[in-house]
Design a protein around this ligand. Structure first.
Ligand code: HEC
Length: 118
């Protein structure tokens, strides 16, 4: 490739970068779409479906689980970890980056420095 070809190539790469950034999954949006129905928009376990489940959805703002456990239960579902099968397995639906984005989002919901009740 000559020099002009190389710079044209670099230019295309730079143009593609904002698209790469946009591909980063949005944990808050995923949570709203997939999880809020049971866990509630703020993760407090008070979603619209929560009253209909025989096992209450976890209040994620009070969760003490570490990131590895969060990743496991989200991917494999409650039953695989000896918990309620009302917590679905998302591994078939969401990729690892999406699960990680959800774990990061849960960590913002349970940030101990957030004001109580928010
Ligand atoms: C159909 C209802 C439902 C949906 C939808 C749902 N969950 Fe759950 N989830 C539950 C229930 C019920 C439990 C509690 C299981 C138990 O205690 O045995 C739970 C437990 C959890 C836990 C365990 C928390 C802890 O501290 O042990 C995590 C984490 C979790 N859910 C994350 C998610 C995420 C993330 C999503 C969306 C991708 C989601 N859930 C969608 C019902 C649901």
């Amino acid at each position: 490739m000559n020099r002009a070809g190389v710079s044209a190539h670099l230019f295309t790469l730079v143009l593609a970068m904002p698209n790469l950034a946009a591909a980063e999954p949005n944990g808050a949006a995923l949570f709203e779409e997939r999880c809020a129905l049971c866990h509630g928009a703020g993760g407090q376990g008070n979603g619209r479906l929560s009253k209909l489940l025989e096992v209450a959805p976890a209040n994620l703002t009070r969760s003490r689980a570490n990131d590895l456990y969060l990743r496991s239960i989200i991917t494999l579902g409650g039953a695989a970890l000896g918990r309620s099968d009302r917590m679905p397995a998302w591994g078939g639906d969401l990729n690892a980056a999406e699960v990680d984005a959800l774990v990061r989002h849960i960590n913002t919901l349970r940030n101990p420095f957030r004001a109580e009740g928010k």
